[in-house]
Design a protein around this ligand. Structure first.
Ligand code: GLT
Ligand code: MN
Length: 319
């Protein structure tokens, strides 16, 4: 899904929506709740129920992990998506809840086998994204990539190896599909959680990692900046969008919110700080963002069974 611009450079050929016309949310955004400190609040929904709830609250598109939509089931899942009158915007390999070997990094892990497995799983789901889902973007969320404490990793290697893993994926993707069918890859940075120091931590670090890749692969990788992740590291979300756009790398966005310098609260976009929402939409407009708008929020702890999609609904409405 890339085309050549007038100077011959490969640029993503994203859908051309008006802002407010196309919204996506992850199937994980409707969830039972529950954590180390809270009971599960809601029954799990079937895929069909999830899709129809997302559609009802204004989503045109849906997002999947390879754990919720395994490659082997992708055909039947795609049938359900079509039956619901929806499309797939993004897909992403789950590199965080895969067992102990992924607890200490993925592309940048000090363990060679984990790095190789991360590359393999990523290629595998990009294949599904291209061949089955007709996805518009592939997201690499850093998740466990980074470090937990002092001197756990070689700080030079962790950045370079992350870039190398992405380069290996792009090299394979171009050989397999060519630039015209290649799926744009968007790095979603997060400063901490599940690791104490995530790599890349923010938009600037994600862009730095892209700059560490061989020049021929860089056009195929951009960023997916999420509101709450930016605020967790005291960045201004709209400014992070601006930085991504200045570099020509604002491939996707994940809108949500939080209530301060805390953890990844994933509350509805605009619920806590309507000013942030206004500035974010204004900035998306200003940078000419035309791809699908991703919403990545969770139900509130107290939401009941029939309120599973209420956070996504408010996000769309606030937008
Ligand atoms: C997880 C994370 C999100 C990412 C998702 C993609 S999973 O919910 O908090 O920000 O976008 O892996
Ligand atoms: Mn996200």
């Amino acid at each position: 899904m890339f085309k050549q611009n007038s100077s011959g450079a490969w640029v993503p050929d994203f859908p051309n929506y008006q802002l407010g016309e196309a919204f996506a949310a992850g199937v994980w955004n409707l969830a039972t709740g529950g954590s180390r400190f809270a009971p599960a609040m809601r029954p799990a929904l079937s895929l069909e129920q999830t899709l129809s709830a997302l559609k009802e609250v204004g989503c045109t598109h849906v997002e999947f992990h390879d754990t919720e939509a395994e490659p082997e089931d992708a055909d039947s899942i795609m049938t359900a998506v079509r039956n619901a009158g929806m499309l797939v915007s993004m897909c992403t390999a789950n590199l965080f809840k895969r067992g102990p070997e992924f607890a200490n990094g993925n592309f940048g892990s000090p363990v060679a086998h984990t790095r190789a497995e991360s590359v393999r799983r990523t290629k595998n789901y990009i294949r599904t994204g291209i061949e089955v889902f007709d996805a518009k973007v592939y997201v690499y969320w850093n998740s466990s990539n980074g470090f937990g404490g002092p001197l756990q990793v070689n700080y030079k290697d962790v950045y370079q190896m992350t870039a190398d893993g992405l380069s290996e994926v792009v090299q394979w993707m171009l050989a397999e599909y060519g630039p015209e069918r290649a799926l744009p890859i968007a790095i979603e940075p997060k400063p901490n959680e599940p690791v104490n120091w995530g790599v890349p931590a923010d938009c600037g670090e994600a862009l730095a990692i892209i700059a560490l890749m061989p020049e021929e692969y860089r056009p195929f990788v951009g960023v997916n900046i999420e509101t709450c992740h930016s605020h967790m590291i005291a960045k201004r979300y709209a400014a992070e969008l601006g930085l991504a756009a200045a570099a020509g790398k604002c491939f996707y966005c994940h809108l949500n919110g939080g209530t301060g310098l805390k953890y990844d609260e994933d509350i509805a976009f605009g619920d806590n700080d309507f000013g942030v929402a206004i500035e974010s939409v204004y900035t998306l407009k200003e940078i000419g963002y035309s791809n699908i708008v991703g919403i990545d929020c969770q139900p509130l702890n107290t939401d009941t069974a029939d309120q599973q999609s209420a956070s996504v609904a408010r996000s769309v409405r606030n937008f």
